[in-house]
Design a protein around this ligand. Structure first.
Ligand code: GLN
Length: 515
């Protein structure tokens, strides 16, 4: 299942990488284009309250990263990556097109089609990238970093374009554009298969099993029917999102159970590697919980307490993706070069570095308060520099995490393990919501980060005394809440990153020869 392709190279990487690059670029174009419209569409067109809109948004964003675990299992056991990616892409395209019908019932069903479709698409296209490289191919991290650049080209361009189309021509055109993006992505994937650039990877793992009929259907048909039946279920979870925390708990139990089962069936080296998978997933959960402030509290911080020049608060969401576009190739070359001279830091160290840089980015956001003006507005350069530093952190940890999953997993469970990795975003989004809530100003309640050691740290980093959390002017109170939470979590993240580097030799040993 995981033999490298033999179909030639392009820019020093397997040709197949570039087909997957464009397929994922367009899929992410559709994903981020639609995401940019979502909250505004709910509040302005469907007339949902803010609270309902945030609830739906958080449930959607987290569930999108919950289903990859199921899509991963189904690909490993029955479908293979190729069929899974096609099925997921078609479901997602349907979701985008249905969204353009401006009716609440279509709204929830569309979100759910996207949730289910992403479960088949996202983990499997990522795993598929890994199959293009030989077991110890040193280009793997670089390949994933290039793939990650595709993700972010889609992520940077789509919000600008879809939002413009939605504003100029109407919401449904914005959603239709996202749907067209998805179809273009599927075309690239189809074209890659037609030109045979993926070697013999990604086919149905066991054709006999696949052909066995249940209720008159082979496995592909049965899974498609079950996937469609699950659509109303996820639609209900999104609608009644206040109960989502039950799913968060149940998912944790099931994942730990499944990992425990796999652990009991594999040999000693693979046992160690599985523990590292769990370790990296936990570090990534922390990473996304902090990082995903970007779409929520950081956007409001930019809106309320940053002196923005040239862009509005919503557009600050493109800063991160734009930096990745410029940094991905230099980083990919750096990893390849360092591997050549035997100096490539191992992934346990890279994970620690990623966390330290993310933390540093948030400390910079916190430090911006040192230069605030009389209206509690901070200079924009802190925001941009903070984003730059955390983006470098992202390049140390996120594409490398993807790459490691494809190496650390027992081959039989490759896509499932990728699904486990994506649950870090599921949990990350869930906790990110809780952290964002800490930044809201509540009458008569003092902020957790204004007291004790955190109060002192906040004062050191931000220059603001804890009395500011009760300042009479709301703008100052709000600023205090943002910067104290950012400084506090920034320091916690840096400390965990340092710890991760300290214990990296132990983790490296558990990886059994993988770096
Ligand atoms: N921005 C990356 C992507 O869209 C990572 C997202 C995530 O896993 N939270 O793939």
């Amino acid at each position: 299942m995981s033999q490298p392709t033999t179909s030639g190279n392009f820019l020093g990487h397997p040709k197949g990488l570039f087909y997957l690059f464009f397929a994922e670029l367009w899929e992410r174009f559709s994903f981020y284009g639609m995401r940019a419209l979502l909250v505004l569409y709910m509040t302005k067109k469907l007339f949902f309250s803010d609270e309902m809109s945030f609830g739906v948004y958080a449930a959607y964003m987290s569930l999108v990263y919950f289903t990859p675990i199921i899509g991963g299992i189904l690909a490993d056991q029955y479908l293979g990556y190729r069929k899974s990616i096609m099925l997921g892409g078609i479901l997602m395209a349907l979701g985008h097109f249905f969204l353009s019908i401006e009716q609440p019932i279509f709204f929830y069903l569309s979100l759910s089609l996207l949730i289910v479709g992403n479960g088949f698409f996202k983990p499997n296209i990522s795993t598929f990238v890994g199959t293009l490289y030989d077991k110890h191919d040193t280009r793997r991290d670089a390949g994933f970093t290039i793939f990650y650049m595709g993700i972010n080209i889609g992520g940077a361009v789509a919000p600008l374009l879809c939002a413009w189309v939605a504003e100029a021509y109407g919401w449904h055109y914005g959603f239709v554009l996202a749907g067209i993006g998805m179809l273009v992505g599927l075309y690239f994937f189809y074209d890659g298969q037609r030109k045979n650039v993926f070697g013999n990877n990604g086919y149905v793992p066991d054709q006999l099993n696949y052909n066995q009929r249940i209720l008159g259907m082979h496995k592909g048909q049965l899974i498609t029917v079950l996937a469609l039946l699950s659509v109303p279920v996820f639609a209900l979870i999104v609608r009644y999102n206040q109960y989502e925390h039950y799913l968060v708990g149940i998912a944790a139990i099931l994942i730990i159970g499944a990992l425990g089962y796999i652990y009991s069936t594999v040999g000693k080296i693979e046992k160690g590697r599985l523990l590292v998978v769990a370790y990296i997933t936990i570090l990534m959960t922390l990473f996304w919980a902090i990082f995903e402030q970007a779409g929520s509290s950081l956007t409001l911080f930019a809106d309320r307490n940053v002196n923005l020049v040239g862009i509005n608060a919503a557009q600050t969401n493109s800063i991160n993706s734009t930096f990745i576009i410029f940094l991905a190739i230099p980083f990919a070359s750096l990893w390849t070069y360092l591997a050549k001279i035997n100096r490539n830091p191992n992934s346990a160290i890279k994970s620690g570095m990623g966390l330290i840089l993310l933390g540093l980015g948030f400390v910079i956001f916190g430090a911006s308060a040192n230069s605030m003006d009389q209206l509690a507005q901070t200079p924009m350069w802190y925001l941009v520099v903070g984003y730059f530093v955390l983006t470098v952190g992202e390049l140390f940890i996120s594409p490398i995490g993807l790459s490691k999953m494809t190496e650390l997993s027992p081959p039989k469970y490759l896509a499932f393990i990728m699904g486990v990795f994506f649950t870090s975003s599921f949990y990350g989004h869930f906790f990110a919501g809780k952290i964002a809530q800490l930044t809201t100003v509540k009458e008569g309640e003092s902020n957790f980060f204004s007291e004790g050691i955190f109060g002192q740290l906040t004062e050191m980093i931000t220059g603001l005394e804890s009395g500011m959390s009760n300042a009479p002017e709301p703008a100052f109170q709000q600023l205090y809440n943002y910067v104290s939470v950012y400084a506090g979590f920034g320091i916690i993240t840096i400390l965990i990153g340092i710890l991760a580097i300290i214990i990296s030799p132990i983790i490296l040993k558990m990886m059994g020869g993988i770096k």
